[in-house]
Design a protein around this ligand. Structure first.
Ligand code: BGC
Length: 821
């Protein structure tokens, strides 16, 4: 096939041979394997699980019928089928009490007809007679609870009055949420509670299964002795029900581990207090004490934890022993390739060899987690931080495997944004650094190996970027707050000319560029040096770009029309010069292609569930398969992975994101990027950065300290840039410290491009409220879904932007297109 043939001609040709890989059995098997490893066993009293499979079961809760495969919005995926837990158990030959399932089916369908959405339905009444009938049929009851959330709204009834949407929705999801979950969806509704107590009153063997994409109050699971076993199923894509059935039946030994801390109440999370304080801003006052960094550090917080970060049981048992620990010259952690001169000892660190032995009776996989603690020093630090992790292969009983884990000094260091040790620097404070190995953040053994750092060391000297201006205080390790210097309020709408009328910036479709002439034999502008000649090495990119007019370059800086099965637009598309249109597709739980096209893709587990696998190789496999589907459908950039940090359980898009921990996120999402890009198509890592709330997401200011930015919110992006070289990064809608992310020079040019050496291009999120010329000026190379050429031209005339600015952006976009084959 000619280079770019898929982009130029949109052929309906399979990727390899005669059969398509899109939605194929092989890919569905990968989705199923990922789902198998994502299920987390939370509780298993008296070895209630695994089930024998011969005995009948009764299922309760509308979620036994209504399976939620993932979240809503651009993260939804259209696949051939989905399998609920009921379907999965039936597939495995388990007898299920049908009248209850039939009852739920009818009740749920009725609610859908009345306008309710999947997962946003009320738990129907459960009659005593029905429970009695089920009890006569089976000894074992499985209760299934589900939750749903999506893009554009948070898990609450609060809706922003200033949010404009060009797509009139029949239903307001926050309103619906208020109706279905009057006390919020973090707790069981009255009807769910009633159902649970009726079931536990009648059955002695009760298993709870949680089909949820975020966190929930699980005290009822942990504390109710009548619930013998529980699984965090997560949202597992198309084969979730079968995977969960296989875990229940012991066909798969559970090896998932939680990627978040589950606390008892929403208020237990420090982010809750100010979450809805304002539509205009969110104060990240808990600073670096996010997730377990808060619960394991701040006095009094530990007892609020129901299930800790990293937690998960197995049907077998393992022994873990550190057999070797050493300081090494270079570790495979965060590799620093830029500003090498600024480094004293960033790359050296510590390696641990851990022997894991299966000491139980069945084969299974174990996850080894390495945490470290740094001296409190002047900066104060979380008590534990994840340094590395590794998962074993399937170990037979008695079998052992050696795993190597490592952490670099750069990772151990903290960012000093107030100059307590060294201003605007990563510093390794003097004192003792300890290392812990274990099964979860709570169940750890301190290793004998310690690092005694005798004096404060500057690991990397940087400069202030994106400093907070209106965040007044931040939390310290003892739970007290320190005051922060406050600057002057910035106007996010500052513009050299009239801003566009609110609402007119959105849902505009890129204009199709017409051509003056078109010849079949030479379809280019007369005398043009073509882009193919650049690909062939006959013309340099500089020479090619020199012939383009300012208008051509500005055109390249904006989104381009859909072609083929694309629905979220493309870039490039300069036909007179042979630049193809490279079309993007949404994700991250599968390649999102509209069902009208007739193409059904594979729905993989949502990102939070992928994170629960703690398995880099498996996530890379998912990425590779997704990349293949993208390419086979003639698309070029998968808007995947989404890696924002789970700062608050209320964020509506948490299901699309991996974890509360940046290291787990960065490692796994980095593997996803590598998998995708092995196909010579691009990943777009999103949303850069601090898109941790959906309400008023296009204007809301995330007010956050430089330290929390560096250590928590930017860290996973940094890791991925260094380890996986993504083709593209998507800036976020929101504002950070008074600047729209897409207009922030500090963020995009200062940190991402100059400090980290990112070589791909940056795209905006779709229809940001940023001003196009300001985005170009910040180094945001592409404005999606469409650019505003006339406004950029006007800004050029007024001297606010110049050819060199958009030339740089266009160069990065063209250089990326050259990578597609
Ligand atoms: C979302 C992105 C998505 C894009 C294209 C935006 O609304 O925030 O995650 O990739 O739309 O659909």
């Amino acid at each position: 096939m000619q280079k770019w043939a898929r982009l130029l001609y949109q052929p309906g040709v399979p990727l390899y041979g005669d059969t398509r890989v899109t939605g194929s059995k092989e890919h569905i098997d990968i989705s199923k394997r990922a789902a198998d490893e994502a299920v987390v066993l939370l509780k298993n009293e008296n070895d209630l699980l695994p089930l024998s499979g011969d005995a009948p079961v009764a299922m309760f809760g509308k979620a036994s019928y209504e399976y939620i495969k993932g979240g809503g919005g651009s993260g939804d995926v259209f696949c051939k089928y989905i399998r609920s837990l009921y379907d999965g158990l039936k597939e495995r030959g388990v007898r299920v009490y049908e009248p209850v399932i039939e009852y739920y089916r009818q009740e749920i369908e009725k609610q859908y007809e009345a306008g309710r959405a999947p997962g946003m339905t009320a738990e129907p009444d459960l009659s005593e007679d029905m429970v009695k009938g089920a009890r006569n049929f089976a000894d074992t009851a499985i209760i299934v609870i589900n939750r749903f959330s999506g893009e554009g709204w948070d898990r609450s009834k609060v809706e922003s009055p200033s949010e404009f949407s060009p797509w009139p929705a029949a239903t307001s999801m926050p309103t619906l949420s208020g109706e279905v979950f009057p006390d919020g969806d973090f707790v069981l509704t009255a009807k769910e509670k009633e159902m649970v107590s009726k079931v536990t009153a009648s059955f002695d063997r009760v298993i709870a299964v949680l089909n949820i994409g975020g966190t929930l109050d699980l005290r009822w699971v942990k504390e109710d002795a009548k619930i013998g076993a529980a699984l965090y199923m997560g949202q597992l894509g198309m084969e979730g029900g079968l995977a969960t059935a296989d875990v229940l039946l012991g066909k798969v030994c559970p090896s998932g581990r939680l990627s978040d801390t589950f606390a008892g109440t929403l208020e237990d999370y420090p982010s809750t207090e100010g979450f809805h304080e304002s539509y205009e801003y969110v104060d990240y006052s808990e600073d670096v004490y996010v997730g377990y960094r808060y619960f394991e550090t701040v006095p009094g917080a530990a007892e609020k934890v129901v299930y800790p970060f990293g937690y998960g049981l197995s049907y077998t048992s393992f022994d873990m022993e550190v057999v070797d620990a050493a300081a090494v010259k270079e570790v495979s952690g965060l590799k620093k390739t830029v500003n090498a001169a600024d480094f004293t000892e960033g790359n050296d660190g510590f390696c641990f060899t851990v022997k894991v032995t299966n000491t139980g009776k069945v084969a299974g996989k174990e996850v080894v987690q390495l945490y470290y603690s740094a001296p409190q020093g002047l900066l104060k630090k979380p008590a534990r931080e994840l340094g590395d992790f590794a998962k074993t292969r399937v170990l037979a009983p008695g079998e052992a495997q050696l795993l190597t884990l490592s952490v670099s000094k750069y990772e151990l260091s903290s960012y000093d944004d107030l100059g307590k040790v060294s201003d605007a620097s990563y510093v390794l404070e003097k004192g003792v650094y300890s290392f812990y190995i274990g099964e979860n953040v709570r169940n750890l053994t301190k290793t004998d190996f310690e690092f005694n750092n005798e004096e404060d060391k500057v690991i990397q000297k940087l400069s202030h970027k994106l400093a907070s201006v209106e965040l007044k205080k931040r939390m310290l390790a003892d739970g007290s707050f320190e005051e922060l210097p406050v600057g002057e309020h910035k106007d996010i709408n500052a513009c050299i000319f009239e801003k566009m009328e609110p609402g007119t910036e959105e849902a505009l479709v890129p204009a199709v560029r017409g051509r003056d002439s078109y010849f079949l034999t030479y379809p280019y502008k007369e005398g043009a040096k073509t882009f193919a000649e650049v690909a062939e090495g006959k013309v340099t990119l500089d020479e090619f770009m020199a012939q383009l007019s300012d208008e051509d370059l500005i055109h390249l800086c904006g989104g381009q029309p859909n072609t083929g099965v694309g629905n979220v637009f493309g870039f490039g598309n300069l036909p007179e010069y042979g630049v193809p249109n490279a079309v993007t597709a949404d994700g991250p739980a599968g390649v999102r292609i509209q069902p009208e096209t007739g193409v059904k893709t594979t729905a993989f587990p949502c990102a939070t569930s992928l994170a629960c696998t703690w398995n880099k190789d498996l996530v890379e496999e998912v990425g590779f398969a997704g990349g293949e589907e993208l390419k086979e459908n003639n698309l070029c950039v998968w808007l995947t992975p989404a890696i924002n940090i789970h700062r608050s359980p209320m964020c509506g898009r948490n299901f699309e994101y991996y974890s509360e921990d940046p290291y787990l996120t960065g490692r796994l999402a980095g593997a996803m990027v590598r998998g995708i890009q092995r196909n010579n198509v691009g990943a777009s890592v999103k949303h850069f950065a601090c898109n941790n709330k959906e309400t008023n997401r296009k204007h809301c200011d995330s007010r956050v300290s430089e330290r929390a930015l560096r250590e928590i919110y930017l860290k996973a992006f940094e890791m991925i840039v260094h380890e996986s070289a993504p083709y593209t990064i998507m800036s976020s809608y929101n504002v950070i410290n008074g600047e729209r992310a897409s207009e922030s020079h500090d963020l995009i040019t200062g940190i991402l491009k100059e400090e980290w050496g990112f070589t791909g291009f940056v795209t905006t999120d779709w229809w940001t409220r940023g001003e196009h010329y300001k985005e170009i000026k910040a180094g945001n190379d592409l404005k999606m879904a469409c650019g505003f050429p006339e406004r950029v031209k006007k800004a050029q005339e007024m001297g606010a932007v110049n050819r060199a600015d958009f030339e740089q952006c266009a160069r990065r976009i063209l250089a990326t297109i050259l990578k597609f084959d």
